[in-house]
Design a protein around this ligand. Structure first.
Ligand code: NOJ
Ligand code: CA
Length: 717
């Protein structure tokens, strides 16, 4: 069904009955009113209208072109009249807002938050309930949310489904993931919206926990491109005490509708007023690069209330990790099966000889980190329980405080700190959320005692208690509880398998990373598509930074584990580019240290590259094809450029006009050799140095599945 604006009456004459109705409506203040606001630069226009039957609708245009056609707003409630119809507009407020704020860490030194706002109050006379819809129109897009003030007739309610529509203007090209209540670890499919249904089955690949829900359900951030070149991104901001939104596509009308993640009872939200929904966001531009530079999602989150943020710092790290992911080593200390945690004395059992998190190996990593200026070493598999850690729906799977006998927690932390390096804690929960919450205080006190200041959390497998989903309201509240508890202990958090970010790091800047997409680990489980990293910045990264774990130099895994034939779908120098193109204040050099020692010339880039930035430019970008960024290091004059392209390869043409005029710089270019190829010849690279200024223009090859990285340092510095 198409939703059209009700045409205004064309005849000047009214029949008596109509006149009476109109009069009544006017008297009661019930008449439909159309509202319009524009973005500060006037290019975006938002219309709001209450249509026949009291149905709230909105519409969004960009430079006069339809982005979202007239679309319905509202929610269906469980056991109660819906909040979809029977509304009258009883109030409206408008305002303009303009502030510039300074993030604790980020892609630029300051961020401008500039919008025009419209808040309409809607009343259902029949039920005496009120809700507000607040719209903020920025130059780069729209955010809107539902607000439910405290009121006698709407104190508690249960959401059956949110019915927010996004009626698209055409059969756009879409970069989509299958809608799923438990995972985002899928390859992105690029297709027309009308092709989603036919491709869904093959798009749903295996995962330790997954619940796809329909033939046309997709996830956000959803990236779209219209035939006439509009780039549109739909996501949400400030997902707090609410369930994660997916989008259900009506492929006849090209209308997307919100689809919330259900909890164990099948409910989609337990709300007590006053309450707000998260913001629904639509970023739009006719330039792809503007989508990458948008700060709309962050701006729609609340400023942090943390008074002291001095303990939150970007982190560059190495880790005892890739050897387990690739199957060369193990997380577990023994080969026992079916263990009960408190009934095994690990001092007395036979070790398997493959346990990677042992004192000697960890010290090698600490030495390497110290030698090359890294902040930290992640160590996974340090604690008891990995023999039997997932797929069993166990409740008590880890205690988070007991190390295996060959991991001396006190000595290793002392050793690391004596070299100015920290060990990153690892808390794999195996999805057993209750168990984690039970141990959380003790686990964080344990971290404080030994001097850990960051934790990587993980939620592999189905959520226990069973029936809950990784993205439902109750579990989202768990992730937030962990963040808040961590902050009390001055601990930074990097959450894997948790809900995808929605800009919450503005409010909780200790959330320095998330996974919530197919990371580098999948290169060891069959591979990521060669265009994967040309898409993620347009999709997953719109919500916040990703712990993508780049930097794999030995892309052929069989060279060190003959049983694993998987390979990394990337050239070596593209792995360098990812430190610039995949923005994160938390960056891992994920390969084993032996592989870095074989390519110390290329490794120099990872040592030099910044993890925090004063400025960011997009030099070229097209989702699915290529992305080239330039970023200025925080508090320094140096710049770093990264470029990644798809399986076809290309020649990139950039100019360095972002450099300070009149200054001289030395550029070091780490690039694919002409015969490089992500599969056939991934380690063929060339490094060259040249003097550059803001007038320099560069033509640079990207091999198929390749990329290049450039460090640009001010001459003489
Ligand atoms: C999945 C995470 O993404 C990965 O980084 C981690 O090593 C394993 N879970 C084990 O926790
Ligand atoms: Ca994962």
């Amino acid at each position: 069904m198409k939703h059209r604006a009700t045409p205004p009456p064309t005849t000047p004459f009214f029949r008596p009955k109509q006149l009476l109705t109109l009069l009544c409506l006017a008297l009661l203040g019930l008449q439909a009113r159309a509202e319009e606001i524009k973005s500060p630069n006037g290019q975006l226009t938002l219309n709001f209208d209450v249509q026949q039957g009291g149905v709230p609708t909105y519409r969004l245009r960009y430079k006069g072109r339809e982005v979202i056609k007239t679309s319905k707003l509202g929610l269906e409630l469980k056991g109660s009249t819906s909040l979809q119809t029977g509304f009258t507009q009883t109030d409206k407020q408008t305002r303009s807002f303009d502030e510039t704020w300074t993030p604790v860490w980020g892609e630029s030194k300051t961020i401008r938050n500039h919008y025009n706002e419209l808040a309409v109050t809607l009343t259902q006379p029949e039920t005496q309930r009120t809700m507000r819809v607040r719209f903020r129109v920025f130059d780069d897009g729209l955010g809107f949310r539902y607000e439910f003030p405290r009121q006698p007739k709407l104190d508690y309610f249960t959401i059956k489904e949110e019915r927010t529509q996004f009626a698209l203007a055409g059969d756009h090209k879409a970069f989509w993931l299958p809608g799923d209540y438990d995972t985002q670890e899928y390859s992105t499919v690029t297709s027309k919206l009308s092709e989603v249904r036919g491709l869904m089955k093959s798009a749903v690949t295996g995962n330790a926990s997954q619940t796809p829900f329909s033939a046309t359900g997709v996830q956000t951030p959803l990236m779209l491109k219209s035939q006439d070149g509009l780039y549109i991104n739909i996501h949400e901001a400030a997902l707090i005490d609410y369930s994660c939104m997916h989008l259900e596509l009506d492929d006849k009308t090209m209308t997307l509708e919100s689809h919330l993640t259900p909890d164990a009872a099948g409910d989609k939200g337990l709300i007590q007023t006053p309450a707000n929904s998260p913001w629904r966001t639509v970023i739009v531009s006719d330039k792809a690069g503007d989508i990458l530079l948008s700060k709309l999602v962050l701006n729609l989150n609340e400023p942090t209330k943390f008074k002291d943020v001095s303990w939150i710092k970007p982190v560059k790290y190495v880790g005892v990790w890739w050897e387990m992911i690739t199957g060369k080593g193990t997380w577990s200390y023994t080969n026992m099966e079916n263990i009960k945690l408190d009934s095994v004395d690990f001092q007395k059992v036979t070790p398997n000889g493959t346990h990677a998190a042992n004192n000697q190996r960890v010290k090698q990593y600490i030495d390497f980190a110290a030698q090359h200026g890294f902040d930290a070493v992640l160590v996974e598999g340090w604690n008891i329980g990995w023999e039997d850690w997932f797929g069993k729906h166990k409740d008590y799977v880890f205690d988070f405080v007991t190390p295996y006998p060959d991991f001396n927690v006190q000595e290793l932390n002392r050793y690391a700190q004596s070299k100015n390096v920290r060990i990153i804690m690892h808390h794999e929960t195996s999805g057993s959320v209750r168990n984690y919450e039970r141990h959380l205080d003790t686990a964080f006190q344990f971290m404080n005692k030994y001097g850990y200041n960051a934790v990587k959390t993980g939620y592999v497998g189905d959520i226990v208690p069973l029936g809950h989903h990784h993205y439902d309201q109750w579990v989202n509240n768990h992730y937030q509880y962990v963040l808040e508890k961590a902050a009390e202990h001055k601990i930074m958090v990097n959450g894997h398998e948790a809900v995808r970010p929605t800009g919450l790091a503005r409010t909780f800047p200790n959330l320095i990373g998330n996974e919530a997409a197919r990371g580098t680990e999948y290169e060891s489980f069959g591979g990521n598509n060669a265009d994967h990293t040309t898409i993620l910045p347009f999709t997953r990264l719109i919500g916040g930074p990703m712990d993508y774990t780049p930097g794999i130099f030995q892309t052929r895994i069989s060279t060190f584990n003959p049983k694993n034939n998987s390979f990394v779908h990337s050239t070596l120098t593209r792995q360098l580019a990812l430190y610039v193109t995949m923005y994160s204040p938390l960056q891992m050099a994920a390969d084993m240290i032996e592989h870095y020692n074989q390519h110390l010339d290329a490794f120099q880039f990872i040592k030099d590259v910044a993890v925090d930035w004063d400025d960011t430019k997009v030099l070229e970008a097209e989702p699915g094809d290529y992305i080239t960024y330039a970023r200025k290091a925080k508090g320094k004059s140096s710049w770093f450029v990264g470029s990644t392209c798809d399986e076809n390869g290309r020649t990139s043409k950039i100019d360095l006009s972002f450099l300070d005029r009149g200054k001289k710089y030395v550029a070091t270019i780490y690039a694919d050799s002409p015969d490089a190829h992500y599969e056939k010849n991934p380690q063929a690279y060339q490094i060259r140095k040249l003097n550059v200024t803001s007038k320099t223009k560069l033509t640079q090859l990207c091999a198929p599945g390749g990329g290049y990285a450039i460090s640009i340092l001010e001459a003489g510095k």
